[in-house]
Design a protein around this ligand. Structure first.
Ligand SMILES: [Fe+2]
Length: 292
């Protein structure tokens, strides 16, 4: 595929079902209008953008996040950096088993990220973009997988598209459908994050494209149909979206910043590096619109 160029920036589609690599850009310095527009168009077209470069501190991550909207701090206070609450440090290094401790308990908060999800779908105005920046990467494993949920929607049968039309679903901080439990919330955090209802198929507010809006850690049930039917549809969609043709697997290099559009993608971490092989990232998330 051909690269698109402005004066210096190059948008290079990767040899994958989707995603592009952005070259020739300073990630944190102010961008001129042409550069900002080229990145915006690339974001809408490719959904996942890789900005390679050197390691940045939390303010660099926040500066890059601001190009993609208003950064929002995570609900869980303990995930906020002390001086920069919109940035989270994620250490997903697999811990060695500790004698006498249940290994699943030991690593469960990271294991939860193994499930396909879109960020922050349990709030009314969920994430638009997520910026993930690699500080330390394991020597093998630890890839982040992305699923193109707009392409998955397009590929559904006409019957399934009709069946999903108008359906809405309950997203909650936790659901018994999820394999692992999330971080325990304080009362203040519980009050801030009641269950919300989102459409099962959403329309991208900028591109107008339809996409499945799924999160297998947060989706509890589809409204107005029997629970058994809801389970069957969600299970069928979970199998459908996990096909290779919709998936890009990002193998991290130190310094990579990857920005993805949560409105038309899901992601998961492949939790398969060796115990003790360090995997440390910084993350920031920007606030999106209410899905419709
Ligand atoms: Fe995530």
């Amino acid at each position: 595929m051909t690269a698109t160029m402005t004066d210096t920036i190059r948008v290079v589609p990767q040899n994958e079902p989707f995603s592009a690599r952005i070259e020739g850009i300073d990630r944190t310095a102010p961008w001129d209008a042409a550069t900002a527009e080229a990145v915006q168009q690339a974001f809408l077209k490719h959904h996942v953008l890789l900005f390679p470069g050197a390691i940045m501190g939390p303010d660099g991550v926040l500066a890059l996040a601001r190009r993609f909207g208003d950064p929002m701090p995570p609900v869980n206070r303990e995930k906020r950096l002390e001086n920069l609450p919109e940035v989270t440090r994620i250490d997903s290094t697999i811990r060695a088993k500790v004698p006498g401790q249940d290994p699943q308990f030991h690593i469960q908060s990271s294991l939860r990220a193994e499930e396909w999800h879109t960020d922050q779908s349990f709030v009314e105005r969920p994430a638009k973009a997520t910026i993930l920046h690699a500080h330390e990467v394991p020597s093998s494993g630890g890839a982040t997988w992305f699923c193109n949920t707009a392409a998955a929607y397009d590929a559904l049968s006409e019957d399934m598209k009709r069946r999903l039309t108008g359906l809405r679903a309950v997203h909650g901080y936790d659901t018994k459908r999820a394999r692992y439990r999330p971080t325990v919330r304080s009362q203040e955090e519980i009050d801030e994050s009641p269950d919300v209802i989102h459409p099962l198929v959403r329309t991208h507010p900028e591109s107008g494209r339809k996409a499945l809006y799924l999160n297998f850690n947060r989706l509890d049930r589809i409204l107005d149909i029997p629970r058994a039917e809801s389970e069957a549809i969600l299970d069928e969609l979970a199998a459908f979206v996990a096909q290779d043709r919709f998936i890009y697997r990002h193998k991290w290099q130190v310094g990579d910043a990857v920005v993805w559009d949560n409105r038309c993608t899901m992601h998961r971490v492949s939790y398969d590096s060796a115990p003790g092989d360090r995997r440390v990232m910084l993350r920031a998330v920007t606030r999106g619109d209410r899905p419709f």
